[in-house]
Write a protein that binds this ligand. Structure first.
Ligand SMILES: Nc1ncnc2c1ncn2[C@@H]1O[C@H](COP(=O)(O)OP(=O)(O)OP(=O)(O)O)[C@@H](O)[C@H]1O
Ligand SMILES: [Mg+2]
Length: 439
């Protein structure tokens, strides 16, 4: 503590000094005999407590008090005014100018000791309060800094979210185009092989026709021999199967290309108006048949499809989108079945449709490996996939969910026991919300 005694009486200064020293607190003590010296000292040193006489040569104790209270930095200085016993007016004036306490002269040791202790206690509290306030201001600064950083992070996250939504959209489109494109490429490869075989057969016919035209005499035996050879070649190259298959391959390929073109057109429409595709009254059994044709390449050799179509009413829906859902489920089933390399028994997919008063239903069941229980509630989440990197994007079912639930007001779910296949069921409302939106 730094204590200043201001009194023009050396006797009083000494007396107070002795009392303070007797408290053995090791405080610093200054003594001055004028108001001017007091102000100078307060200005230069961090004085905590002032014992202030009012009647001084030069400026008065009141003037010192006014100075101390006017300047903010000294605002906390604790001022104890010293007055004569009968000087109540001075006490009143001192308090109105900002004095903290008073003691009367002649000085009483006990009174001064306790008043000084009270002053010291208050100064200590003020120091504590100041340091707590400083801490608080520091913390506040940190908090402002942190909030700023948080806001920046949030902006980055929102930006990332936007980017990932764009990425998701792009991946979804890539996925939708990739399926038809996949079987178009396979079909064209097969057609290429067929053309090679046809060329071989035509070359043989060419040889025969040339031999008939160039000889004046026709070697019938030779011709018959050549025809037999051609017939053998045709058998060997499975000519009849190729002829039958070509039409189907071309139909499928055209379907695939139309599908890609349809996607591109819907995309254009989507970009223009925010509407994706048009709705109309459709027969779900028809859509399934059409989709089976498209998925034929994935299913054709080793999977038997068993259909059980119910008599169902037409539904108001987006045909392309519902087809996409069925295709996703069928391709997942085929991929699941093909993921069992050691499988010996034949594979099946059962497709069933039925209706009740409000909905038409479709279930697609396979006898593949099934879905682990822990994955069952994750498979409709975007990007959830158990397939190898590059094989599955994990978007097929999340897109399907969006189409059935959000766009058509239906529902889709999966049932599965690990090891005994999976069943996907979806239902579509007879009175679609698409229709209500249109009305
Ligand atoms: N019939 C099924 N049998 C077993 N698991 C399945 C079946 N259908 C879906 N799943 C599981 O659900 C996951 C998610 O399927 P989803 O169609 O959403 O994505 P994906 O097939 O992995 O990739 P993408 O369809 O984007 O190519 C699959 O990775 C698979 O683990
Ligand atoms: Mg899939």
């Amino acid at each position: 503590m730094r204590i200043l005694i201001v009194d023009d009486s050396p006797l009083i200064c000494r007396q107070i000094n002795e009392i303070i020293n007797s408290m053995e607190m090791n405080w610093e003590i200054w003594m001055v005999d004028t108001g001017e010296k007091a102000i100078e000292l307060i200005d230069k040193n961090d004085i905590d407590i002032v014992f202030l006489d009012i009647v001084l040569p030069g400026i008065s104790g009141f003037d010192v008090l006014k100075f101390v209270r006017r300047i903010k930095e000294y605002g906390d200085v604790y001022v104890i005014v010293m007055t004569s016993l009968d000087d109540d007016e001075v006490i009143k004036e001192s308090f109105s100018l900002g004095a903290n306490d008073f003691i009367r002269k002649p000085i009483n040791q006990v009174e001064l000791t306790y008043r000084l202790r009270a002053a010291v206690r208050l100064r200590n509290y003020q120091y504590l309060y100041k340091s707590a306030l400083n801490d608080l201001q520091e913390k506040n600064k940190e908090l402002i800094e942190l909030t700023k950083k948080l806001k920046e992070t949030q902006d980055v996250l929102i930006q990332n979210e936007k980017m990932s939504a764009i990425g998701q959209l792009a991946a979804g489109i890539a996925h939708e185009i990739n399926n038809p494109l996949g079987f178009v490429i396979t079909n064209i490869e097969t057609l290429g092989k067929y053309i090679e075989k046809f060329k071989k057969i035509i070359e043989e016919y060419d040889k025969v026709s040339k031999s008939i035209c160039s000889d004046n005499q026709i070697d019938m035996e030779g011709v018959i021999e050549n025809c037999k050879r051609i017939s053998e070649l045709k058998k060997q190259l499975k000519f009849d199967f190729m002829v039958e298959d070509i039409d189907q391959l071309l139909d499928e390929t055209m379907d695939g290309l139309r599908r890609v073109s349809h996607i591109v057109q819907s995309l254009k429409r989507f970009a223009r108006s925010g509407l994706d595709g048009q709705a109309s009254y459709e027969d779900l059994n028809d859509i399934i048949e059409e989709t089976l044709l498209i998925a034929r390449n994935e299913l054709k050799y080793d999977i038997e499809v068993i259909k059980e179509y119910g008599e169902i009413r037409q539904i108001y829906c987006n045909r392309g989108e519902i087809g996409q859902v069925i295709l996703n489920i069928l391709i997942n089933a085929a991929q699941a079945i093909k993921s069992q390399p050691n499988r010996t028994q034949k594979s099946h997919i059962w497709i069933k449709t039925w209706e009740d008063s409000d909905f038409v239903y479709c279930s697609i069941k396979d006898d593949g490996p099934g879905i682990k229980r822990i994955y069952l509630n994750k498979i409709f989440e975007p990007f959830f996939t158990t397939k190898d990197v590059g094989k599955g994007t994990g978007l097929g079912l999340s897109i399907s969910y969006d189409i059935i639930v959000n766009k058509h007001g239906g529902d889709i779910w999966a049932e599965s026991e690990e090891g005994s296949g999976a069943t996907f069921v979806f239902k579509l409302p007879i009175r679609s919300k698409l229709l209500e939106n249109q009305i």
